[in-house]
Design a protein around this ligand. Structure first.
Ligand SMILES: NC(=O)c1ccc[n+]([C@@H]2O[C@H](COP(=O)([O-])OP(=O)(O)OC[C@H]3O[C@@H](n4cnc5c(N)ncnc54)[C@H](OP(=O)(O)O)[C@@H]3O)[C@@H](O)[C@H]2O)c1
Length: 249
C-alpha cells in the first residue's frame, strides 16, 4: 500500500520546478494532489494529466498569491472541492529576483514578502478548519536564510521570515497535532535558479559551495518533502532541514 494512500495534499506553485516534482512524488505515494498554479495554467494541467495517467487523483486550482486575498481565495477554492480534511500542505510557491541593494524597489520588496511570507501564513490560517491531528505543513526556506549572497538581501530576508514562521506555527499548532516544518534547499536546477545555474561559471560556483559535486535536481527536494509529509517524520516538528548537498560546510 503506498505510504500516503487516502491522504489529500495541496502543493502551491506546483506548475513548475520543485512544486511540480513534489506533486508528482506525493501522487506516486498515493496522495490525491491539488496542484496550485498562478500564471502557468497549461503547465499545471499537464501535471494533473501526468498524475491521472498513472492512475492517481489530482486537480488544478489557480490563485495569484501576490494578491492580498490570494491565500483566502485559494483556501476557499480548496474547500469548494468538498475537502473536509487536508493532510498535507506544501507552501512552495515563491519568487526570487536577485539585484544589488541600490537597484531594489519597494514594489519588489513588497511582492517578495507577499508571495514568500504573507501567503503561506494566511494559507495556514485559512485552511485551519480542515487541518487537524496528523496533518503536516511544510514550508520552503533556503540556504540563503543562513548564509549571505550578493543581490539576495530581500529574498533571503523572506526565507529568514519563513524559518521564524515555521517555529512559531509549529508551537501554536502542535497541541492540535499539526506538525510544521521547513526544507531549506541549496541551488536546485529549476527556472528560479537559472540566475546561477544558467552558466558554466555559475554552476562551478555552486559546486564549489557544496561537498557533493553535482547540481541538485527537483527530486532531491521532493523526496525529503514527502518524508516530512509522511508519518515516518512524526516526531520532527518546528524544524528547518537543510537539503543542499552539503553547502557551506
Ligand atoms: N530552485 C532553487 O534553487 C531553490 C532554492 C531554495 C529554495 N527554493 C524555494 O523553493 C520554492 C520553489 O522554487 P522553484 O525553484 O521551484 O521556483 P520556480 O521554478 O520559479 O517556480 C515557482 C513556482 O511558484 C509559483 N508562483 C510564482 N509567483 C506566484 C504568485 N504570485 N502566486 C502564486 N504562485 C506563484 C509559480 O507558479 P506559476 O508559474 O503558475 O505562476 C511556480 O509554480 C520557492 O519557495 C523557492 O524560494 C528554491
Amino acid at each position: 500500500m503506498p505510504e500516503l494512500s487516502n491522504r489529500i495534499a495541496l502543493v502551491t506553485g506546483a506548475s513548475r520546478g520543485l512544486g511540480r516534482a513534489t506533486a508528482l512524488r506525493l501522487a506516486e505515494e498515493g496522495a490525491r494532489v491539488i496542484v496550485h498554479y498562478s500564471a502557468s495554467r497549461d503547465a499545471a494541467d499537464a501535471v494533473v494529466g501526468d498524475i491521472r495517467a498513472k492512475g492517481g487523483q489530482a486537480e488544478a486550482i489557480g490563485a495569484d498569491l501576490a494578491a492580498p486575498d490570494g491565500a483566502h481565495r485559494l483556501a476557499e477554492a480548496v474547500r469548494a472541492l468538498g475537502i473536509e480534511r487536508l493532510d498535507v500542505l506544501v507552501n512552495n510557491a515563491g519568487i526570487a529576483e536577485m539585484a544589488p541593494i541600490a537597484e531594489q524597489t519597494i514594489e519588489s520588496f513588497d511582492r517578495h514578502f507577499a508571495v514568500n511570507v504573507r501567503a503561506p501564513f494566511f494559507l495556514v490560517q485559512q485552511l485551519l478548519p480542515i487541518l487537524g491531528e496528523g496533518s503536516s505543513v511544510i514550508l520552503l526556506s533556503s540556504v540563503v536564510a543562513r548564509a549571505a549572497f550578493d543581490g539576495s538581501a530581500i529574498y533571503s530576508a523572506t526565507k529568514g521570515a519563513v524559518e521564524v514562521l515555521t517555529r512559531n506555527l509549529a508551537k501554536e499548532l502542535g497541541p492540535r497535532g499539526i506538525r510544521v516544518n521547513a526544507i531549506a534547499p541549496g541551488a536546485i536546477d529549476t527556472d528560479m535558479a537559472q540566475v546561477f545555474l544558467g552558466s558554466e561559471e555559475g554552476r562551478a560556483f555552486i559546486k564549489g559551495l557544496q561537498a557533493l559535486q553535482r547540481i541538485g535536481q527537483p527530486d532531491d527536494i521532493a523526496d525529503p518533502v514527502v518524508f516530512l509529509a509522511s508519518d515516518r517524520s512524526r516526531w520532527i516538528d518546528g524544524r528547518s532541514i537543510e537539503v543542499s548537498g552539503g553547502a557551506n560546510l
